[in-house]
Write a protein that binds this ligand. Structure first.
Ligand code: NAP
Length: 329
């Protein structure tokens, strides 16, 4: 089945699911009502079971004639359709992409870890920007809505100092309904603290965390920015320490929007739970690579992922789950 992520009709149920999972509710169902999809506490299956989705832990077997979503042990998505009856395609598309995110974030939180979803919008030849840094827009409007949905589902959105300087993002939720995430900027040297004219430091009610090496935090922070002194080797931040300090501030899940150096440093630290790769039908031939890691001698030494895909208005969105779950041997 081709999974299309275009229609927002089921979206409010996912915002509701996020709030319920964050409140510790685990036994949830999605129901289709005359006013659209809702996420509610689970009830036994009834006559309208074809319009009901249950969330089950990986070990549970389906217990009734409802359509069931269950995450697989590896965290990758898996569907069970005991009834074989047709279901709402708009809901299914969203469930396939966003439920593993919500469930992965809830599971990581239970284990005292931070769930990190990295995202990259790249060309067919793996570039995220032209050689001069210009990148807007490799993606399309559907990708932008997807990015704002991800921001609304997770506690924090994180970018590197280079992206703040080049793209000047706002990092809030404007294209869909949902809560704004905490904004986080990685800047080991603290260089971003001199960029106070940027949108991220000027948003109303601005509350930005700048993670910087302890030795680099003497520079005056822009109003509304909180500097988080993180353990570092030189200016290279200890990502595990940064994530633990952010958890103490209530950030248990992060949407990592780039750029290349930041995403690569998280991948190198094996700190990414999910990598979303948006691929546009475009070749630049040169430019900023989406990921840059130390070379390996053999393909078996590369990072391995299990993948699922969805369509974003003619572009492809890959959901890539590392074969090795962060924090586990
Ligand atoms: N297509 C896309 O999906 C997409 C998304 C985002 C950005 N972009 C593009 O990507 C380019 C920017 O990428 P980039 O690689 O140059 O920059 P970047 O990753 O945005 O920022 C790099 C900077 O972030 C800080 N940083 C990141 N990881 C760190 C770590 N582990 N420890 C300490 N500091 C860390 C450092 O700041 P300090 O120098 O202050 O130490 C570093 O110089 C732009 O052209 C932008 O348009 C594309």
């Amino acid at each position: 089945m081709v999974c299309e992520l275009g229609d927002d009709s089921a979206w409010p149920a996912f915002v509701e699911a996020r709030a319920r999972l964050a409140a510790g509710e685990a036994d949830l169902q999605f129901h289709r009502t005359p006013n659209g999809w809702r996420c509610v506490p689970a009830e036994p299956p009834g006559a309208d079971a074809a319009e009901r989705f249950c969330l089950l832990p990986p070990s549970s077997a389906p217990t009734g004639p409802c359509t069931v979503w269950a995450p697989t042990a590896a965290g990758a998505p898996g569907f069970v359709h005991p009834t074989g009856r047709p279901v709402d395609a708009a809901f299914l598309g969203m469930a396939r992409v966003y439920l593993p995110v919500l469930l992965g974030a809830a599971a990581a939180r239970r284990r005292g870890r931070t769930f990190v979803a990295g995202h990259v919008t790249q060309t067919l030849d793996g570039r995220i920007a032209c050689p001069n840094g210009q990148s807007q827009w490799i993606g399309n409007a559907a990708d932008l809505r997807h990015a704002h949905r991800m921001r609304a589902l997770l506690d924090g959105v994180l970018v590197g100092a280079g992206t703040v300087r080049t793209d000047d993002p706002r990092l809030d939720v404007r294209h869909v309904h949902g809560p704004n995430p905490r904004r986080i900027v990685f800047s080991g040297s603290g260089s971003v603290l001199c960029s106070d004219g940027r949108h991220v430091f000027r948003a109303p009610g601005c509350d930005v965390v700048v993670a910087a090496a302890a030795a680099a935090t003497a520079a005056a922070a822009p109003a509304g920015a909180h500097v988080l002194p993180v353990r570092a080797h030189g200016t290279c931040l200890d990502i595990g320490h940064a994530l633990s300090l952010l958890r103490e501030r209530g950030v248990h899940s992060i949407y990592l929007e780039g750029g290349s150096a930041t995403l690569s440093s998280f991948l190198r630290a094996r700190a990414v739970d999910l990598l979303q790769v948006h691929i546009a039908g475009l070749v630049l031939g040169a430019g900023v690579p989406s990921i840059s890691l130390p070379p390996v001698e053999h393909v078996r030494d590369g990072l391995q992922f299990a993948m699922d895909h969805a369509m974003l208005d003619g572009h492809v969105l890959l959901s890539c789950w590392p074969e090795r779950v962060p924090g586990e041997p």
